[in-house]
Design a protein around this ligand. Sequence first.
Ligand code: NAD
Length: 467
Amino acid sequence: MRQLYIGGAWTASVSGEAVEVVNPATEEIIDRVPAGAAGDVDAAVRAAGRAFPAWSALPPADRAKQLAAAAELLKQRADEVARIIATDMGSPFGFALKVQTLMPAGVLASYAQLAESHPRETRTGNSLVVKEPVGVVAAITPWNYPLHQIVAKVAPALAAGCTVVLKPSEVAPLAAYALADILHEVGLPPGVFNLVSGRGPVVGEAMAAHPGVDLVSFTGSTTAGRRVAALAADGVKRVALELGGKSANVILPDADLTAAVKAGVANCFVNAGQTCSAWTRMIVHRDQYDEAVRLAVEATAKYTVGDPFDEATRVGPLVSAAQRDRVVRYINRGQEEGARLVAGGTERPLPRGYYVEPTVFAAVEPGMTIEQEEIFGPVLSIIPYTTEDRAVEIANGTPYGLAGAVWAGTEERAVALARRLRTGQVAVNGGRFNPMAPFGGYKRSGIGRELGEHGLEEFFEVKSLQL
Ligand code: NAD
């Protein structure tokens, strides 16, 4: 069994218990990580507290050097780390390499730069306003982008001068171990970064409630986020939440329908649909509806399901049996509520592994369960509209507001519609994901922003010195 990383050393958990890590493509146990306990959290938070004064007092350039070295080492090991992610999480290897590994390496490097360049002092009237690191950060992360979501918290926290206790998802924890190795090797001072693996209700709750934690940064489901926020509120801790989504892809009648549908299908099925910002609701004008459904079915046929290490694979397994069963339940529910299954379904595409066929529903009406709830699998709903106002109403008509897309004949028209969406990110006519732009949610999709300068700002307190 692996060990926890606390105060710069690998340490056994006081629990003595393990969580088994399963390869979702083979259903075999591939590793065991400690099921941490409250005592481990306490030791890690204390170590982070002891490390904070010296780490936060370093010149930003010194912290930047260590982050740059970590980014470099991650790049050198990208192949190995991508294999780990493809194996414990099930992303196709090419995607695991480019998006799940090299993108986080880029984000680490971006925070090495921002650690130095981001202004920490401003003047207003007779005051000098200074930004100071918030303190000890508890970072709790999910399994779907297991390294990216860790780096999106750990890199800005360290750049700001905070120290960190990380609890990765128990479902896909191995990338976190690879990162801990890297941070150890670059010589981060003991206690600046600590890793406590284990289950949410035990380790995560102990972190959120611990009096030595100053800020809790959580990514995961809305249900767990709510619990974390409630625990943190008791100690009046700062909280950042990156939660679920049910994002809309709004296609206006003058858009390039073929391009919009193709990109929409790709966005919905990437990472086997396990992407919080996935455009899972395609909203199409009634006059173009049949053609859009036809194009979506045609595009879906190209999403080959298979082993993450097979080059032909575009859709790997879902991460766990529980996740597969949850997605299958939603597909059944969609049919029960009268949506029309036009691709995919509940049949198992392969005899072994937690696979689900990429699935498309037509005749989806606003308010149906599959239209309202986050499924977190490769399931697309296509919804008709008749007026632009109604399209906006449907797009904004869920409790979520994480991402979305708008397609129109001109950028101006698309931007005008994008401004009406109550959501944190909108891709305009296929605009690419930008890892330096703020990422986060409106409504029940969360509180706060990650990535770029906005992500760094989360980790500062602000002090006014009246001169
Ligand atoms: P999850 O909420 O079950 O788990 C996320 C993390 O929280 C894990 O580390 C888990 O152990 C921990 N956790 C669970 N219960 C907890 C509790 N009571 N107290 C403290 N910690 C607890 O989510 P998941 O299944 O790992 O991930 C899928 C969800 O994450 C989806 O809803 C998805 O939309 C969301 N997500 C959001 C974003 C975003 O940036 N907004 C990114 C990725 C995933």
